[in-house]
Design a protein around this ligand. Structure first.
Ligand code: ADP
Length: 592
């Protein structure tokens, strides 16, 4: 700002000085010219008067008489008087000795009279004889017949003539100088009054650009400048508000992205990773945060994903593909890559969205498998019921023995059908959380005794022995019906898959915070290769045996679901033809 002030001051000074000099020069020239003209005119009238006063008769005969006349006149008037003969000889001059002067015929003022035939010839020039700047006025002295008798010339020092003008100019110059100084003082004051607040505003805008929005303009100057300062203050307030909003939005956006259940990654125009949310790390099973700034092709392990991003970069179109990931775990993801144009930088960002749909796809498969299995499982008893009913209608009805046998089969199959539908419905209700659990403290041995009342007939039929081992009373907080269902299914299976005369043992105990229920039998056991699949729906080691035992293939699936839904777990140990042991762990206390 100082520079600007100095420039304005310098400019004003220069302009004022130049104008003053120009003015003084023009003024002095005009004034001088006017003074010369004015005094020239006076000199001319003096010349004419003098010329008329000259007594011609006296020097018609003796030209030297003229010198006498003129020297007398010269005492009266102050000007230099010269008399020149028609052939140019100076016979009288107030300031120089006659005879010492050169021929004056060619002097411009004389030539003017001779050539232009004018009454007065004038000229101003530096006198060769005296060296002064002189104004000359000459006129011809004629006799009565008009014959030129000589030339009378008056001359006056121009500097003398302009002396008055010079004084005037000096006074004027002093005035001008004073006005320049006053003008500069005022200019200095005004420029300071303008430049200081502008300097403050400049500093303020610099602070604003450094994101310091608390600074304000406080100067006082002319109205318009203060208005500008107030506008900048308003701008600072608005910027502050906008910045706060931007920060809030950014925080909100960051929180949103960080809490999305979808993996988000941003790849810039050069293919470098610029942003990753935590879910993206989870989905891809690696820390991509540490790879921000690296090329995505180096950071990602899935070639399909890399190709998908490359395609988006090349074609600038949205790409969507269900992609299988193999590293570090097998996963199915729904991958979307969206190109987003950045208008500010005129480049593209590419947003990679990964949605882990492994569980969805698994559940879909479970559901379709379940539907297929249900249809398949239901078809067997339905076909049997239908087949035997048809056979009876076709005539077997009359054979009493066959009638009873067929009706027994129909009854058995329809009972199985009923059991199966009941199990399917229960499983479906459990999975859809339509069963309302009522948690209460349950004495485990009491539940076992209730179960025994239901199954003792079957056990008796097979001559099986039963033992309940419980060193200390085991009490747990659980839904009684659900716990009973678990016990019933496990003890029911132990009875079903243990031959006649076998033994079933139920042990109840507590370890740490858990209640442990162990159901072991001396039955057929489960082959090693089937043990991992035993809890799958409709999985049966021996379908025929299961069917004969009235099984549905859903019992263990229900047990597993109930146990795990109560924060417990179940394990199996079994050896073929020796027996099986199912162990259930359930928390003693229901967590809040
Ligand atoms: P099911 O209604 O067929 O018994 P489950 O789901 O209860 O269906 O059991 C699945 C399969 O596991 C049974 O078909 C059977 O082959 C096997 N299994 C279950 N419990 C035992 C056991 N205690 N001993 C031997 N095999 C068993």
């Amino acid at each position: 700002m100082k520079q600007l002030r100095m420039k304005i001051l310098g400019f004003f000074t220069l302009v004022l000085v130049l104008f003053t000099l120009l003015f003084l020069f023009l003024f002095s020239t005009i004034l001088e010219r006017q003074a010369i003209e004015q005094q020239g005119e006076d000199l001319q009238s003096q010349l004419l008067t003098l010329s008329s006063l000259l007594v011609r008769e006296q020097f018609e005969t003796d030209v030297s008489q003229v010198s006498e006349q003129l020297s007398q006149t010269a005492e009266v008037i102050n000007e230099r008087i010269t008399f020149i003969t028609p052939d140019g000889e100076v016979i009288y001059d107030t300031r120089a000795e006659e005879g010492t002067l050169e021929n004056h015929l060619n002097r411009p003022e004389i030539q003017q009279i001779i050539q232009d035939e004018s009454v007065i010839g004038t000229y101003d020039r530096t006198s060769e004889s005296t060296g002064e700047v002189l104004y000359y006025a000459a006129t011809a002295i004629t006799d009565d017949s008009g014959e030129v008798m000589g030339f009378l010339r008056l001359s006056k020092n121009v500097e003398e003539m302009a002396g008055l003008t010079e004084q005037m100019i000096q006074v004027l110059a002093v005035f001008m100088l004073i006005s320049i100084l006053v003008a500069l003082l005022f200019t200095n004051y005004w420029t300071k009054k303008i430049s200081d607040p502008i300097e403050k505003m400049k500093q303020l805008t610099e602070k604003l650009s450094d994101q310091n929005y608390s600074s304000r303009y406080t100067g006082s100057s002319y109205g318009e400048i203060d208005d500008l300062g107030q506008s900048i203050n308003l701008l600072a307030i608005n910027l502050n508000q906008q910045m706060q909003e931007i920060n809030e939005n950014q925080t909100r956006l960051r929180e949103l992205i960080n809490h999305l259940i979808i993996g988000v990654m941003v790849v810039d125009n050069e293919g470098h990773i610029t942003m990753v949310n935590p879910v993206m790390n989870e989905v891809l099973g690696e820390d991509l945060h540490s790879k921000i700034g690296e090329p995505f092709a180096d950071a990602l392990h899935s070639t399909t994903l890399v190709e998908l991003i490359e395609k988006t970069i090349a074609e600038k179109t949205i790409q969507n593909q269900e992609t299988e990931l193999f590293y570090p775990k097998e996963k199915i993801v729904d991958a979307n890559v969206v190109p987003v144009f950045n208008q500010l930088k005129e480049t593209f960002n590419h947003i990679v969205l990964l949605y882990d749909i492994t569980e969805i796809r698994r559940l879909e498969k479970v559901r379709t498998d379940f539907v297929a299995n249900v249809s398949h499982e239901l078809r067997t008893p339905i076909t049997a019921v239908k087949g035997f009913a048809e056979t009876l209608l076709d005539g077997a009805l009359k054979d009493e023995e066959a009638l009873i046998e067929f009706l027994e089969i129909i009854y058995k199959e329809s009972t199985r059908l009923d059991l199966m539908v009941q199990d399917i419905l229960q499983l479906s209700k459990l999975e859809n959380h339509k069963v309302h659990a009522v948690v209460q403290t349950v004495r485990a041995s009491e539940v076992i005794k209730e179960v025994l009342k239901i199954v003792h007939q079957k056990m008796d039929l097979k001559n099986q022995s039963f033992e309940l081992v419980e060193e200390l009373p085991v009490k747990l907080e659980v839904d009684r019906d659900q716990f009973k269902q678990v016990c019933l299914n496990l003890i029911g299976n132990a009875i079903a898959y243990t031959p006649d005369g076998g033994k079933i043992t139920v042990t109840l105990k507590e370890t740490g915070n858990e209640a442990v229920l162990v159901v072991s039998d001396t039955g057929v056991g489960i082959p090693k290769e089937s043990q991992a699949r035993i809890f799958e729906r409709f999985y049966r080691v021996d379908k025929a045996r299961s069917r004969n035992a009235g099984g549905t293939g859903l019992g263990l699936a229900i047990v597993k679901w109930l146990v795990e839904n109560n924060n417990g777990h179940i394990t199996l140990e079994s050896e073929e033809n020796k027996g099986s042991t199912f162990t259930v762990w359930l928390p003693l206390h229901k967590e809040d």
